[in-house]
Design a protein. Sequence first.
Length: 96
Amino acid sequence: MTDPDDAAQRRLDANAAAGPLAELFTVDLTVAMATCAGCGNTAPLAAHPLYAHAPALVVRCPNCAAVVLRFASGGCRLRLDMTGTRLLTVSLAGAA
Ligand SMILES: [Zn+2]
């Protein structure tokens, strides 16, 4: 069992994730493999149907049509809802 004091000492402010997250969000996510949280289907994000005429971009699962991703930009905000994505896998070019 984990000692609560050890866990507290290992906890960082989420700002420490800025570097790793910056690596993720500078890649072309359309080549990422997205796994649907609803049915478990895995496919390249680019192979998913996109509905761009809504207030947000809406990406649906090609298998069950559940919403996998919503993205909205406007003003000084970007919003990304990935509730419908169980897993997003990005292969980094040149990584071993
Ligand atoms: Zn699905």
